[in-house]
Design a protein around this ligand. Structure first.
Ligand SMILES: C[S@@+](CC[C@H](N)C(=O)[O-])C[C@H]1O[C@@H](n2cnc3c(N)ncnc32)[C@H](O)[C@@H]1O
Ligand code: SF4
Length: 487
């Protein structure tokens, strides 16, 4: 497994400077290893749980025959405390049998054990990575899988200056209306993806290189909760390093559940320009219902929203109207956003528009093929939605407030821009597509050809296809999102 050679601010550890005794293996230098825990379900199958990028894990055998007796230092801090201070997670393994052994032979053995553990982690990363939040198998996407072509991960260019960046899939809540059927349980989503940060940045830079680095917005969104990418501040900082050269910005979509004071501080320092916060109800019970989680805490999210308001990160509140279902609560969210803006006005100027951003980005709940549906919600068209928004705007005007609820994308500085060409055409037959991974939903596998990933749908026996080459017929090429079926 590659050691992290980048000397970033947060990576204070240096193996060569370690003063630890040789029998204490310290994995702090391997940035993706974020915790090590004991998993002793029974004596026969003692395993080590290796936390990968905070929200993922692999398990490797606690090989007593090879490693001798192992102790894992205890994390005494309580969980919340640990979540705030990522550094406090244990990243060490103590080889008890080598405690008093300092011979050359013992040192060689210790090194062998360390590389054996690292090899084991690498192998499991490729085939047994699990998302701790969703419980799903996760495909760790590295440079051998291109990052354009799929909607669940990678980079999407829809021909504007907004480039969508999707570092992972998977969500920590389960909204009953979710367009992408995220969170657990999910009827349709069977696998998650995590993209290696260097690969993501390289692809992003290539896309920027083609489009021209002129007032771009790197927008972190996706099929899941973008705040669950780790290391998020580093991702924001590196994207910002790129787009800020062309007076661009980095923004993120979020349900707010994972926000903490520490994360907001880090994101502010990393140069995040805007958070689009999805809040759909103010009432405690109602908001829990609309999040699908009993643990959802609207008061905590409000606290975090205030903290963002007091930072340089622009806060945009993005409530969703589920007609006939949350009408009153939708209205209350708008009231909340207006009140918050009056109490804590922000002066962060969007360098793309040279103006302040809108404070509200209201949305209409729609139904999607693979999305979830709230049974008693009415289906509205946009005409009806805009009529309601006009009425609400007029009501606010009467009360003396200038509230804009119709906020076309151009208010955020969105404009058409040349797009990355698509190497496929509709209905084309493509030969020798290599099947490299399992798909996001049942009956799907992921193929690669011409520097794109192809979502190959409606497959039977997906396991048998893995590692093989197939011929496919292309059914979708729009926005370089490639969908195909087997020929
Ligand atoms: C799929 S979510 C992903 C980002 C993040 N988890 C969140 O909820 O903000 C992106 C946006 O889509 C919105 N959304 C989800 N389901 C929707 C639906 N059925 N119709 C319209 N918008 C929807 C969410 O409210 C959110 O603003
Ligand atoms: S709408 Fe966003 S927060 Fe809600 S389940 Fe879907 S991805 Fe998660």
């Amino acid at each position: 497994m590659a050691k992290d050679n980048k000397k970033r601010k947060n990576n204070k550890h240096d193996e060569n400077l370690s003063t630890e005794a040789p029998h204490i293996l310290d994995f702090s230098n391997y940035k993706m290893i974020t915790s090590i825990e004991d998993k002793a379900e029974n004596k026969k199958f003692e395993m080590l749980k290796i936390g990968i990028n905070k929200y993922y894990e692999v398990e490797i055998p606690k090989n007593v025959k090879k490693y001798g007796n192992i102790t894992i230092p205890n994390n005494s801090e309580d969980k919340d405390e640990k979540d705030e201070k990522d550094e406090s997670f244990n990243k060490k393994i103590i080889l008890d049998d080598f405690k008093d052994e300092m011979s050359k032979y013992a040192l060689k053995n210790i090194n062998n054990i360390k590389s054996d553990i690292l090899t084991n982690i690498s192998m499991n990363l490729a085939s047994n990575l699990k998302n701790k939040v969703t419980g799903r198998k996760t495909i760790y996407v590295t440079e051998n899988i291109p990052l354009m072509g799929h909607t669940a991960f990678g980079v999407i260019d829809r021909g504007t200056n907004i480039i969508q960046v999707r570092g992972h899939s998977g969500c920590n809540i389960r909204c009953p209306f979710c367009s992408v059927d995220e969170g657990t349980p999910s009827k349709s989503r069977i696998n998650d993806y995590y993209v290696d940060i260097d690969h993501l940045i390289n692809t992003f830079e290539r896309v920027v290189g083609y489009k021209g680095n002129n007032k771009l917005e790197a927008h972190l969104d996706g099929q899941g909760e973008p705040m669950l990418y780790h290391p998020l501040p580093e991702l924001v900082e590196r994207l910002n390093d790129v787009v800020s050269k062309g007076s661009g910005i980095v923004s993120i979509q979020s349900n707010g559940v994972n926000l903490s004071y520490k994360l907001i501080d880090e994101l502010e320092e990393a140069g995040l320009h805007r958070i689009n916060l999805s809040i759909n109800a103010m009432d405690e019970k109602f908001s829990k219902g609309l999040s699908g989680k009993k643990t959802y805490n609207i008061e905590k999210i409000k606290e975090m929203a205030e903290y963002v308001k007091n930072s340089k990160i622009h806060l945009l509140i993005a409530p969703l109207l589920l007609p006939g279902y949350n009408d009153e609560e939708f209205r209350k969210v708008i009231d909340y956003a207006v009140d918050l803006q009056n109490r804590i006005p922000q002066n962060t100027i969007n360098p793309i528009t040279n103006k302040l951003n809108p404070i509200l980005g209201v949305q209409l709940c729609l139904t999607y093929q693979f999305g979830r549906k709230v049974p008693n919600m009415k289906i509205w068209d946009f005409k009806k939605f805009y009529e309601l928004l006009n009425t609400l705007e007029n009501e606010y005007t009467k009360q003396g407030f200038d509230v804009h609820l119709k906020t076309p994308l151009k208010y955020y500085g969105s404009r058409p821009m040349r797009r990355i060409p698509c190497p496929f055409s509709l209905n084309e037959t493509v030969e020798n597509v290599k099947v490299v991974a399992e798909g996001r939903i049942f009956g799907e596998v992921i193929g690669i050809a011409r520097d794109r990933v192809i979502q190959i749908i409606n497959c039977k026996n997906t396991e048998k296809l893995l590692g093989n080459t197939v011929n496919v017929k292309i059914h979708r090429v729009k926005d370089n999102v490639i969908v195909a079926t087997l020929c």
